[in-house]
Design a protein around this ligand. Structure first.
Ligand code: SF4
Length: 346
């Protein structure tokens, strides 16, 4: 028997669904509260909707939420979780505590088809798209408080844009998770039509993975550049009437001898000066037999210093979770073939 999935639904859809079941539609907000804020796995946990209605609900729907299958803890306090969907799509989620900030880095696909050179996810190919409910599940089913959400795990948001936009709406809606829009960031290689939709249909922050300010060079590490030149995304961000002060950022993974020269820095300044777009400088994490190395910290700090003195907001992101392969570009869900299960949650 087909059962509706509540996680991933919006308020109107739930009202219609309850109406179809002959239930009081005034229970819709309570139902979504229990699913999105309390993360319930079974309707039996609800204590403020009549039992008779809950019985009908249980026969016709599932919450769509599930606990992570395994987790690993890094020596720096970050944690990596492995989730699986009812269809068997494995995906990883990283929780990064930093002072009062508790960031969760969620996946939007199982694997990825963008094939970026520096990324373990891209190397392993694409296995499937996650639904909005499965994206949201990674936030509400973590055994931790979350203050910020970044779609920067496995997968390219621009390649699953309908579900990503739906997830952004649920994350920020008052009937959903009610996260402030400034706490939700979508990171993309710059799939231009999807960036346009993110700008028009959400109010979330956007990060563009740049990694080189030169198109030919960028194409050699991010093949998507050939189809969607980064200059198109940059001009969309520049033209956007940013009255609500959304944060636009460029992510720049720094690789020694590849993209950390003065020529790269000067070009970055030329591209981003006066745009209000910030730069996030990230260390590179080599994997497998890759002989490329991260730029040294003094080089990264010089980039940051020169960008900031040119009026461009810049930060150097600390490396987190590298010992459990949870840092940027390291997620690969190797667990599919039996990862070290240090902490089985089920
Ligand atoms: S960096 Fe992002 S877009 Fe590129 S292959 Fe990895 S997950 Fe996909």
């Amino acid at each position: 028997m087909y059962q509706e999935t509540v996680a991933g639904s919006d308020l109107t859809e739930i009202e219609e669904f309850l109406g179809r079941l002959g239930l009081d539609t005034r229970h819709s907000r309570r139902l979504l509260y229990w699913v999105y804020r309390r993360g319930i796995k079974s309707f039996e946990e609800i204590n403020d909707i009549p039992l008779k209605s809950l019985r009908v609900l249980s026969e016709n729907a599932v919450t769509g939420l599930s606990s992570p299958v395994t987790s690993e803890v890094s020596s720096d306090g970050s944690e990596k979780y492995l989730f699986t969907t009812p269809g068997g799509l494995i995906h990883e989620t990283v929780w990064l505590p930093d002072g009062k900030r508790r960031t969760v880095c969620v996946s939007v696909q199982s694997g990825c088809r963008m094939g970026c050179r520096f990324c373990a996810t891209g190397k392993n190919g694409w296995r499937g798209d996650l639904t909005a409910g499965e994206i949201i599940n990674q936030v509400v089913s973590l055994p931790h408080e979350v203050t910020h959400i970044v779609m920067m795990g496995m997968g390219e948001p621009g390649d699953n844009i309908d579900q990503v936009i739906r997830a952004c709406r649920i994350l920020t809606a008052e009937w959903g998770l009610a996260a402030g829009r400034s706490r939700v960031t979508v990171s993309t290689v710059g799939v231009t039509p999807s960036v346009l939709r993110l700008l028009g249909e959400t109010e979330c922050n956007i990060t563009l993975s740049l990694h080189s300010p030169f198109p030919d060079e960028r194409r050699s590490v991010i093949p998507a550049e050939a189809r969607w030149p980064f200059t198109e995304t940059l001009s969309l961000l520049k033209q956007y009437d940013n009255r609500i002060r959304r944060r636009f950022t460029v992510a720049y993974v720094m690789i020694e001898g590849k993209n950390d020269s003065q020529r790269h820095l000067d070009e970055l300044k030329k591209l981003l000066g006066g745009t209000g777009i910030r730069v996030n400088l990230l260390p590179y994490h080599p994997f497998d037999e890759d002989d490329a190395r991260s730029s040294d910290m003094p080089v990264m700090m010089r980039f940051k210093h020169e960008l900031v003195t040119s009026g461009i907001g810049a930060s150097v992101r600390k490396s987190r979770g590298a010992d459990i392969a949870a840092a940027c570009g390291m997620l690969s869900a190797k667990s599919r073939s039996g990862v070290k299960r240090e902490n089985s949650l089920n």
